[in-house]
Structures are given as C-alpha cells and as structure tokens.
Design a protein around this ligand. Structure first.
Ligand SMILES: Nc1ncnc2c1ncn2[C@@H]1O[C@H](COP(=O)(O)OP(=O)(O)OP(=O)(O)O)[C@@H](O)[C@H]1O
Length: 621
C-alpha cells in the first residue's frame, strides 16, 4: 500500500508549484505527478471545473454496463455507508472512467458534496477534474489519499478523499471505490477501509468467474489461508489465466504472467497440493489449499500461443505477443523442432522479441506445463555463470550456500532452458556446456555424481554467431550443436506492414478504450524503431500512462524522437532523439519498478529527482 508520509506544508507546496513554478519539496510523489499532469493540460488551479452529471438515461446505461461491478460492490457499499454516515462522509463507486455510479452516506455532507458534484453521473476523471482521489487512483492504478489542498482545483479543497482502483481477476481496471469527507473532519482509517472493501469486491468477482476446482489458494502464512489476503490463481488447463494482487505479490509476478505462465513455471510438480504445501520455482514454501477435484494443472493440454490474455499491470500495461505471418509460420516449425529435441537458435536485433518467441514456443510445445527457465548469459557475472548454471555441492567454494545449489540446468528439468545472449558465454564454459549437451547430464561444481538431464534447449543472440565461431570467439562444435536450426526474427522496421503490426500490438495492450489517431499510427510507422518491439511497446505504455481511458491519442503524445524531423527517411534513425526516447523509457521503467516512488527511482538511476521529473514525466523540475 502507498502510505503517505506525514503531509508537509501543502500550502507552501502550492505556492512553490503554482506561483513560483518550482518543484515542491516533500509532496507525496503521486500527488506531484498528478499536479504535473494537470499543469501539462493547462488547468488553472483557481478555476471551478464544470462537472455536469450525465442525464438519467445515460446514467441507466452506465449502470447496465457496470452491472457486474455494482452487484459485487453492493455489500461493501452498504457496510461502508454506515461508516460514512458516522464520519459525515460519502462512499462512492465509480466505473473505470471515473463516472460516479453510486454514492451513499451522510445526507448533510452529501448536500455539500453535491455542490462539488460528487453525485451519480458526475465524472471524476483526473483529465477533467484535476487531482482527486478517484481520478488519480485510476491513473496511478493504486490506492491514494488526497487531502484538502492537495486537490488541484481550489474549490475541491473542502474535500478529503481516499480511493482504490478495482481490478478484475484478469487484470482489467473496472472502477474505483472511494470514501470522501469534509477536509476539516479527520478520516483516519479511510484508506484502510477502502482497501479492505476493494479486497472483498475483487474476491467476489474471482469467486463468481472461476470454478473452485480451477483455483489454487495459498499464502506464506498458513493462518492467512481463507482470508481476503490469500493469494488466488486460476488455471485453464495448465495455463495461468487469472490472479489476485496478493498472489502476484507473493510470487513476485505482475499481470504479464497471465496467459504467459504455466503451473510448471511457477511451482515444483504437484507435490505440494497433497500435503498442503506448494514449493515455488525459486525455492519458497507456500501453504496451499488444494482445489476440490484434481482436474487442474499439470499435464493439461496447452493451446498455442495466446499469452497475456487480458493482461494489464497496475504499474505497466502488458502486451499480448503478436507475430507477423512469416514469424507465426516459423513459430509452428520451431515448436515441432523443439518437440523433436532439435535445439534451435533465435537471432535478431535487441528488442525484436527473441524471448517472446521462445516463450511462445514453450507454451505451444508438449512441455508447456513444465518449467521455462530463462538465463541471460550476458547478465550473470562471468565468475558466477558456472555455479548458476551447473549448480554446486555444499561448500564447493567460499561464499557458496551451505545447502549447495541445484543450478539452472536442473531447474529446467523436464522443461525448456532458454539461454539468452549465448554469444556472451565465456569460452571455458562453452566447453562445459558442450559436454552437457552431448552427455545429457550435469555434474555440479565441487564433485558429486553426474545427474541425467531431460531438457530442451533454445538459445538466442543478437550477435552474428557464425562470424564469432569463424573468429574462434565461439566454439564451432558448440555452435553446430546449438544452432541445428536458426530462426532470424526481423527488426520491426523490416516488417511488411508496420502500421498493421502497430495496430495489432496496440490491440494486445490494456488501453481502456484509448485509441491511436490515424496521424499517430502514420508517424509511428515512419519511425525506424532501433529498439524494435521493446521500444515501441515502451512508447505505447508511456502514452497510456500520460492519457486517460477513452481518449484518442494524437501524435503530440509521441516522443520527439518518434515524430522525427520532417522528411527524415525511414531506416535513417535520429540517433540523438532515439537515445532520448530510450532514456525516457528506462526512466519510466525505473519509476514503475520502484512502485511510482520517484525519489527511489532517482537513487536507483543515480540522477537527481528534478532531472527525472523533467525527462521522464515532462515536469518542470
Ligand atoms: N512479438 C511481440 N509481440 C508483442 N510484444 C513484443 C514482441 N516482441 C517483443 N515485444 C515487447 O518487447 C519486449 C522485449 O522483448 P524480448 O525480451 O522478447 O526481446 P529480445 O529480442 O529477447 O531482446 P534482447 O535481445 O534485448 O534480450 C517484450 O517485453 C515485449 O514488451
């Protein structure tokens, strides 16, 4: 949960921000980000925004469209209405665009609140109503409290509000629950009550959508099984299709995992289900409640290759994999080869989707319900690769874990090992890997008996391995072992129909009704995308973060590097601009990774907060 530090002097922060154009010190980062977005929209903080509730027939439509949400929220609205009456406040349910669907509570406050249009049919999106708990929680996709003068518009200073977004089990944003009261009345537990309410609503949606026999319930603390804090996962066959936020947190996953992971990727066998324990692939023990009938997970048929079904991360909207026709045909061949135990090599520029391709092969292969272990050979320090890959016996070397380590090769037992950046594998280890591939067994460091291995191998590289092996930087014998069949993924700019690919990628993202204007698509398809799909998806995510659900996104939202100098030919990238876009992408990613905490992100990146505001969020710091 985002717990705000004690509020600093917000009035001083307002003076700094609105009168002096300076970065206000100590303001909660989510409030500051929201003020920056509002300022970017040209909002005048002294204005009274016009909030006209929709008419009764439009409100009826809204109710019909959000019937499932309203139904599941009813018990919470009723319970919180009692709390609201006692604390002179209102409990409010909105849809994902910020339209108030229902409001209950203190009639006295309701009268005043009506003066600021906190009533059914009014829209409290940040894009129209400035910083406010409902709209800002929907944009930030996390719980938030907005007190008094933290509201962007002066007339809203009479309010103190706490709101949390509501996600369905597929990661789709469905609405927000909010408790709003008078700023003069302390609302000490509002955010906690709201979060508890949202837990219950999300739990009810989960129970309603998924048959209990396909659901795994778990927690690290057995006492929390059966409570709203337990992790919930639902599987279709072996494929993970739904989760709650607690499950994602316990397994250190995000919504991208839906559709992309199988039971076997997450847990060891099905052993745990019998004795009430689950062993995660990272070695943690969780306490689980087995589904009533064992129809669930491993061994079930997996159909290719629809990962990321309704994926939408609170922090970062996810993408569904999209391959052009030629790559799709290659995907089908790759599945056959891997199933036939023929190692394949995937080549392609950085960001062209080599890992996405490998994961799709895994999901569609006969090992789709077994582990997919991805190892980035370039990311592991050279001194550690050997131990990481091959494992070690207890006490094999100084600093080794007492219990020894199984090693990543054995982690992939029964499944698929994906060796990314294989061109960066040090020569000495190439010899060991060759032995493993030939002997189909692995001997851990520090002795021990060789253990037979049953795994399929997919390797990838952005380097020219043929040239490397010709220059002796890569062992030719290993090259021929690994690259029995090579697939070259095209760079994005070389696709036959870039506009079509852009539209397909966009359709695969959780964009909540946003659309790309034709000019935007045209500008995007003119760009050379040196970072390939990764860069493109990064730009799309930034555009989603900077806009509101339902908006049509014009080219002005594109980074200047993508808009490019007029007449710049395709395939002739503006390196400086591209670098700026990549920098901004990396900054946004760091902010996401730090849960939206700009200070933490600036520490992690080693740049000042003001640089981060300016470059990543378009602020004026
Ligand atoms: N075919 C695709 N469909 C949808 N998104 C894609 C696709 N390929 C890549 N992406 C996006 O780009 C990101 C990077 O993809 P991936 O890691 O597969 O690239 P890579 O070629 O392995 O990169 P590197 O060489 O840097 O490891 C993904 O997380 C995804 O967001």
């Amino acid at each position: 949960m985002e717990l705000h530090a004690p509020r600093t002097n917000v009035l001083k922060a307002r003076r700094d921000f609105f009168d002096r154009g300076a970065e206000p010190e100590g303001l909660a980062p989510d409030i500051l980000r929201s003020w920056l977005r509002c300022a970017e929209r040209g909002f005048d903080s002294h204005a009274r925004p016009r909030i006209e509730p929709v008419g009764s027939s439009a409100l009826r439509d809204l109710h019909e469209r959000n019937d499932e949400l309203i139904r599941h929220s009813r018990p919470e609205l009723e319970a919180l209405a009692i709390e609201a009456r006692d604390t002179a406040s209102l409990v409010i349910l909105t849809d994902a665009s910020g339209y108030v669907l229902d409001a209950f509570g203190d009639p006295g406050f309701a009268g005043k609140a009506a003066g600021v249009a906190l009533r059914p049919g009014a829209k409290w999106a940040e894009a129209s109503t400035g910083t406010n708990a409902i709209g800002t929680a929907l944009v930030e996709r996390r719980p938030i409290e907005v007190r008094g003068a933290e509201h962007y518009f002066e007339p809203h200073r009479i309010l103190t509000c706490a709101a949390a977004p509501i996600f369905d089990p597929r990661g789709g944003l469905r609405g927000a629950l909010d408790l709003s009261g008078h700023a003069a009345v302390p609302q000490t537990h509002a955010l906690r009550l709201i979060r508890m309410g949202v837990d219950q609503i999300e739990r009810r949606m989960f129970a309603d959508r998924f048959d209990e026999k396909n659901v795994v319930r778990f927690h690290a603390d057995p006492a929390l099984l059966g409570t709203p804090q337990e992790g919930l996962l639902a599987f279709e066959g072996a494929r993970l299709v739904a989760a709650n936020r607690y499950a994602l947190r316990l397994l250190e996953l995000d919504w991208n995992a839906l559709g992309a992971r199988s039971f076997g990727d997450l847990f060891e066998g099905r052993r745990g289900l019998e004795d009430g324990r689950l062993l995660t692939r990272s070695g943690a023990t969780l306490y689980a409640k087995a589904p009533p009938r064992p129809t669930l997970v491993p061994g079930a048929e997996i159909t290719p290759p629809a990962p990321h079904k309704h994926a939408a991360s609170p922090a970062a909207p996810a993408t569904r994999a999209h391959f052009d026709a030629a790559t799709n045909a290659n995907l089908r061949r790759a599945v056959k080869l891997v199933d036939g135990d023929v190692p394949i090599l995937i080549q392609g520029e950085t960001g062209s989707g080599k890992e996405m391709f490998a994961r799709a092969v895994h999901a569609a292969s006969s090992r789709g319900d077994k582990a997919f272990v991805a190892v980035n050979c370039a990311a592991i320090p050279e001194s550690l690769i050997e131990a990481e890959l091959f494992g070690y016996e207890p006490g094999a070397f100084t600093g080794a874990r007492k219990s020894g380590s199984k090693g990543l090769l054995r982690e992939a037992e029964g499944g698929i090992l994906f060796l990314d950046e294989i061109g960066d594998m040090p020569l000495v280890l190439q010899a060991r890997l060759l032995r493993v591939v030939q002997d189909r067994s692995v001997t851990p460091l520090g002795g021990g008996r060789p253990t037979p291995l049953d795994l399929r191998l997919i390797c990838a590289t952005h380097r020219d391995l043929t040239a490397l092996s010709a220059s002796d930087a890569f062992r030719a014998d290993l090259y021929f072992r690994l690259a029995q069949f090579t697939f070259a993924l095209p760079p994005f700019r070389a696709l036959a129909d870039t506009a079509g690919a852009i539209e397909a990628l966009w359709r695969g993202m959780a964009h909540e009704g946003r659309s790309l204007a034709p000019d935007t698509i045209a500008a995007m398809s003119r760009h050379a995308w040196p970072g390939n799909h990764r860069e493109l998806v990064g730009v799309m995510r930034a555009m989603i973060a900077l806009s509101e659900p339902g908006e049509t996104l014009g080219p002005e939202l594109l980074p200047t590097s993508v808009l490019g100098a007029p007449g710049r030919p395709r395939n002739a990238p503006d390196r400086e601009g591209d670098l700026a876009a990549l920098t901004r992408g990396a900054m946004l990613a760091a902010i996401e990774a730090c849960g939206g905490n700009v200070s933490a992100a600036s520490k992690r990146l080693g740049v000042s907060r003001s640089t981060l505001y300016r470059k990543a969020l378009g602020g004026r710091g």
